[in-house]
Design a protein around this ligand. Structure first.
Ligand code: PLP
Length: 406
């Protein structure tokens, strides 16, 4: 199906504006995506018409917001094909979801001598929480290495699997290199050792259809703001049996069953993991974002973005002195690169003045950058609303940049 990208672009009011007198070319979608009108309108509608705290009140507004919130949980469950709404926990985002699992799992299941496995591609969000829990429990953090293209070394991965390894936590798509990790096969191999797997889907759910039952992962995390939804809301999926055996991460209102001064019993899942007033407005708006992209179709989105990725890669390779960092055979819509004689920060600032928003630096993946022997890259990352015309604007800006520095 050929998508009408110009029609889609009209759904995103921010894209119509000019910056420094130039039409905005927004290529920083890996950091956060822009929001369609349906999401912005839903937030306004919630505060204008339905705002009341959920799960507590018996009045009309509270019942309405509770209903919308629980319907949103259903929308998320359907989107990733969870087998039950109970398996969907609303969090603040991917970072919050990973911290929840690292701490709840670590407190219950990790001890000295155990191992936790992550890959060399991880964002700090899927690395630092595991470092913290390993330091606390005495478990050892093992890193699955990558090759020079940014692909996981599968034979090294298999060598690292053992009965000592208690959990594998890995990214689906690398935010800095764009590598798509073959998680389905890797999850099956981990399961052969009864190792549960957490998938960081922060950079995949907006680009690739994700089906948690097909993947058979125990946990999966993503952020609302990277999938055209609001900031401050995210999702943690967990298989029922696992969520039931993990202890709560935080205590407070809404997560309890019965409270006495000295002890408490806890609510059933998912509420056991949703202490305090949830960000219900943004959860409801996130459901709108999910309906929006589901209407377009994830397969159609993937096809469009792959075409933009292919075209941009081809054009960029024609620029002398431009080196693409991350050349995995399977990539999602991000290209990291360096330009000879140009510091990535200078490039980012000059491109900005030309109206082009890109990301520069270490992309919250400092160990990876150190491993690649660089301090950072320039990264362009595409979304459903990006066009080949925008790639052309980028390419001519990069040519100008090169001339300026040579
Ligand atoms: N994981 C990956 C792969 C990411 O790209 C990001 C953000 O860029 C995160 C985790 C953290 O997401 P958030 O800051 O929304 O919690």
């Amino acid at each position: 199906m050929n998508l009408d990208i110009n029609r889609i672009r009209r759904d995103f009011p921010i894209l119509e504006q000019q910056v420094y007198g130039k039409t905005l070319v927004y290529l920083d979608n890996g950091a956060t995506t822009q929001k369609p009108n349906v999401v912005i309108d839903k937030i306004c509608e919630m505060y204008r018409k339905y705002n009341a705290n959920i799960h507590r009140g018996v009045h009309y507004l509270s019942e309405k917001s509770t209903q919308f919130y629980e319907e949103s949980r259903q929308t998320v469950a359907h989107f990733i094909n969870a087998s039950s709404n109970k398996e969907i926990i609303f969090t603040k985002g991917t970072t919050d979801s990973v911290n929840l699992i690292a701490h709840a799992f670590g407190d219950r299941f990790l001890k000295k001598g155990d191992q936790v496995l992550v890959t060399a591609l991880e964002h700090h969000a899927n690395l630092v929480p595991w470092q913290m829990i390993c330091q606390k429990t005495g478990a050892e953090l093992k890193i699955i290495p990558i090759n020079e293209k940014g692909e996981i070394l599968q034979d090294k991965y298999r060598e690292l699997l053992s009965d000592r390894c208690k959990i594998l936590s890995l990214t689906h798509v690398s935010n800095s290199l764009g590598t798509i990790v073959p998680i389905k096969e890797m999850i099956a191999q981990a399961h052969a050792y009864h190792i549960p797997v957490l998938v960081d889907a922060a950079q995949s759910v907006q680009h690739i259809p994700v089906d948690v039952q097909e993947l058979d992962c125990e946990f999966l995390a993503f952020s609302g703001h990277k999938i055209y939804g609001p900031t401050g809301i995210g999702v943690l999926y967990g298989k029922t049996e696992w969520l039931e055996k993990l202890p709560p991460y935080q205590g407070g209102g809404d997560m309890i069953d019965d409270v006495e001064y000295q002890k408490s019993t806890y609510a059933e899942i998912p509420l056991k993991f949703e202490a305090g007033t949830s960000n219900y407005v943004d959860a409801i708006a996130l459901a709108e974002a999910i309906k929006y992209i589901s209407n377009i179709g994830l397969k159609n989105i993937a096809a469009h973005e792959q075409e933009i990725l292919r075209y941009a890669t081809e054009q960029m390779l024609k620029i002398e002195g431009l080196k693409i960092i991350g050349t995995a055979a399977q990539k999602a819509s991000a290209i990291s690169f360096t330009l000879k004689n140009v510091h990535n920060l200078d490039a980012g600032m000059i491109l900005d003045k030309m109206g082009i928003a890109v990301r520069t630096g270490h992309h919250c993946a400092q160990p990876l950058m150190k491993k690649l022997g660089i301090t950072g890259t320039i990264r362009v990352s595409f979304a459903i609303y990006n066009t080949k015309d925008e790639v052309d604007v980028l390419i001519s800006a990069l040519q100008k940049l090169k001339q300026m520095f040579n």
